[in-house]
Write a protein that binds this ligand. Structure first.
Ligand SMILES: [Zn+2]
Length: 215
């Protein structure tokens, strides 16, 4: 059981690394072909996410060897991933404010952007769902944090896609506003992983409730 959990965490970590590497390569190729700086910078983001996948793998390998410190090591890995979540949130806020401060700049949405967005949304949604399910099954905060990070990225891509469609339908660029809204959600999620007491109300269905006592 314990062995299984360890194996699944390592496997999920590698899947996280692989998916983000593929996304980075995909974004880089499309971004360079379409000459889109935004798409290329998304590739850089996916590379950073790949690094947090390595963190999951390395953290688990250390935890497996130092059993008595497992809880502490898992906690450190979770906080590191939560910090990556918060950094992404800060980045989105800065980008949105930059965008709002130059309202004359027309958005450069291209076919390439739409292809990348749709591809990323599908891949990230599948990965996030997988990681969240594994995190719940094995009560692994590390995997849950990875899943949350991926789901946040998916939300941002979805918001950008919605903005593109909105722009073509009504000629108004709402991306910065939606992104700012999502960044609030991202901060909340990131902080909840660093300070678990903030999310006390999310009672985990697999956790045994001590208040029920023994029958
Ligand atoms: Zn990310």
């Amino acid at each position: 059981m314990e062995k299984d959990r360890s194996k699944i965490i390592v496997k999920s970590g590698y899947l996280f690394v692989l998916t983000n590497f593929l996304l980075a390569a995909f974004n880089l190729v499309v971004g360079l072909l379409a000459n889109s700086l935004a798409v290329v910078s998304d590739a850089a983001h996916s590379l950073i996410d790949a690094i947090s996948g390595f963190l999951v793998v390395v953290g688990e390998k250390i935890a497996k060897r130092k059993k008595e410190k497992r809880e502490k090591i898992e906690r450190i890995t979770t906080v590191c991933i939560a910090i990556i979540i918060l950094v992404a949130g800060v980045h989105i806020v800065i980008e949105s404010i930059e965008k709002l401060s130059e309202p004359d700049s027309a958005p450069e949405y291209s076919v390439a952007t739409i292809i990348v967005l749709v591809g990323s949304i599908i891949a990230k949604y599948a990965l996030a769902t997988y990681l969240n399910r594994r995190g719940e099954q094995h009560k692994s905060k590390v995997l849950s944090a990875s899943g949350a990070e991926t789901m946040n990225d998916m939300l941002i891509s979805l918001a950008v896609l919605a903005s593109v469609l909105f722009y073509y339908a009504w000629g108004v660029d709402i991306e910065a506003y939606i992104s700012l809204g999502i960044s609030l959600v991202i901060f909340k999620i990131g902080l909840e992983f660093i300070f678990p007491k903030l999310s006390k109300h999310h009672h985990h269905p697999l956790e045994t409730d001590p208040s029920h006592g023994t029958e």
